[in-house]
Design a protein around this ligand. Structure first.
Ligand SMILES: *[C@@H]1O[C@H](CO)[C@@H](O)[C@H](O)[C@H]1NC(C)=O
Ligand SMILES: *[C@@H]1O[C@H](CO)[C@@H](O)[C@H](O)[C@H]1NC(C)=O
Length: 508
């Protein structure tokens, strides 16, 4: 799906549970009885599993543990752990597990890709799948019981903080996935984090690097109330557990889709492979495939190496300004640009912004500062560039030109690393860690000039998409004001009168 189609889709990392009064009362009464009983019984089964899980690898050396478990260890403990796990979920209210389709054998599809990832309770999918191995955060291995179960599972561990561990994990994954059935199947949640299920987020390519066939698995919770979900914002995991256990039972359906064999092209390009599997699963679910990911615990959208805020902050800034009565964006931009000293840090306080723009509500400026920084300040250059980008008032070349002029300190005709990073951050709407690497590459041919910047931003597909799709003005009808794209040339001329846009540039 093109980014353009994805653009309007809000991120699915929030889940609220809306209950009627009757449902609340019923939940409170049932929950008061069922929650302690169910959680207590589940915890008991969990504890019984602990020593059994430990026994599987007991007495084995590190090397032996790094090999697939064979012989009696493999089958003796498998069934008890499977039954006890089933008992845990049965006690929590998952009385039946409905299964659709057929699970492929490990030789057919060494990888099971499960989505959408809704909750910690999703781990239930391991039971009908015959306890395949999982990938888990290495911190989890230190938890009581869970650590033993991960050991039992011969789970692959990866640390979020250690880049080496990620590399090791990908290598291990590849080894196991290409072992032709020597290792058990591997089950992953390629989204890497939970969502509210209204869209699939971008798949992590790690497990797709082996280029082996994958079986997509859909996980449905067809219930009147969506109680199991636990996402970034919204209800907490305890609430999810409370609401789930206070239902008499909870439906779950595991649906095995046909095995998907990657093409030559997909084998060579794991990102493409991952994306195509994501699209296939999204289509089967009837929901959009989006390019959202969770990065450092905030939702972003990925575009090449760029991390984009779900919406350019200037769109909100624009709304705030319009709400405050600033309807003539050309005039507003002229004031902002006119107040920027070329190449100088244009940081001003919200009070200064209020008086500069003549805002009626002080809160408007505070909220605008909030969009760009945690403090009560905003860089005028950033605001001007970001607003100009989403306002659609300028042609792309003029926008780049104006940005260059604002960030080129001392009008030296080129950008330093800091200036370049700030400029790219201003354009996108938030700082881009990737800009340092990009600058290094560009600067190997000399400090980037106005022409280099134009060539980069208009010539590279990622930046073309950034400018032509992500930073598009909102379409007519989606805002309560006239679309700003109308009369772009006329607006441009009004703006170009402001010396800064044309300075250093041959009249076009
Ligand atoms: C799930 O996320 C979508 C997209 O942000 C949102 O529109 C929807 O209201 C969310 N659903 C719930 C139940 O929170
Ligand atoms: C479970 O699914 C059945 C249909 O298969 C439905 O009638 C029932 O209401 C569902 N249960 C809950 C708790 O939503």
């Amino acid at each position: 799906m093109e980014m353009r189609d994805r653009r309007r889709y809000p991120h699915p990392f929030v889940h609220e549970l809306k209950l009627t009064t009757a449902q609340k009362v019923r939940g409170a009464v049932l929950g008061a009885v069922l929650f302690p009983v169910r959680v207590g019984v589940a915890a008991l089964f969990f504890l019984i599993m602990w020593p059994i899980a430990r026994m599987r690898l007991a007495g084995l050396s590190e090397e032996e543990r790094a090999q697939p478990i064979q012989g009696w260890r493999r089958w003796l403990f498998h069934t008890p752990v499977l039954l006890l796990s089933r008992a845990v979920f049965f006690s929590l209210g998952f009385l039946w597990i409905r299964v659709k389709g057929r699970q492929a054998a490990p030789e057919e599809a060494p990888l099971l890709a499960v989505g959408p990832h809704s909750s910690f309770l999703d781990i239930l999918v391991l039971l009908p799948s015959g306890l395949p191995s999982v990938v888990s955060r290495s911190e989890n291995a230190k938890l009581p019981v869970i650590g033993a179960l991960l050991d039992f599972n011969q789970a692959l561990l990866v640390s979020r903080t250690d880049p080496d561990s990620r590399r090791r994990c990908v290598a291990q994954l590849k080894e196991r996935l290409t072992s032709k059935g020597r290792w058990p199947q591997i089950l992953i949640f390629p989204e890497g984090t939970t969502t509210n299920g209204t869209a699939l987020i971008k798949y992590k390519p790690g497990a797709f690097m082996a280029g082996i066939p994958v079986q997509p698995v859909l996980l449905h919770y067809p219930n009147k109330l969506n109680t199991v979900r636990w996402t970034w914002k919204g209800i907490s995991w305890v609430q999810a557990l409370w609401h789930t256990t206070s239902q008499l039972y909870t439906n779950i359906t595991v649906e095995y889709l046909p095995v998907y064999t990657p093409s030559q092209e997909e084998r060579a390009d794991p990102a493409l492979y991952a994306e195509n599997v994501q699209k296939l699963m999204a289509q089967a679910l009837g929901i959009p495939a989006t390019d959202y990911v969770m990065e450092s615990r905030v939702p972003v959208r990925k575009l090449g190496c760029l991390s984009l805020p779900p919406e350019p902050p200037a769109r909100d800034a624009l709304r705030l300004l319009q709400h405050d009565g600033m309807l003539d964006m050309v005039a507003t931009l002229n004031v902002l640009i006119g107040s920027c000293q070329s190449g100088q840090d244009g940081s001003i306080s919200s009070d200064q912004l209020t008086s500069l723009l003549g805002l009626t509500d002080r809160q408007t400026a505070t909220k605008i500062c909030d969009l760009y920084s945690k403090g009560e300040h905003v860089d005028l250059r950033q605001l001007a560039v970001n607003l100009a980008a989403v306002s659609g008032l300028l042609h792309v070349e003029s926008l780049i030109d104006m940005s260059f002029t604002l960030y080129d300190g001392g009008s030296k005709g080129s950008l330093t690393a800091v200036e370049f990073g700030d400029l790219l951050g201003a354009l996108v709407g938030c700082f881009q860690p990737y800009s340092a690497k990009l600058y290094k590459e560009m600067a190997s041919r000399g400090q980037p000039t106005r022409g280099d910047l134009q060539a980069l931003l208009t010539g590279h597909p990622t930046y073309q998409k950034l400018l032509s799709q992500y930073l598009q003005p909102e379409e007519a009808g989606q805002t309560d004001t006239t679309p700003l794209t109308n009369g772009r040339t006329e607006n441009q001329n009004r703006l170009l009168k402001n010396g800064i846009v044309l300075s250093n540039k041959k009249a076009a």
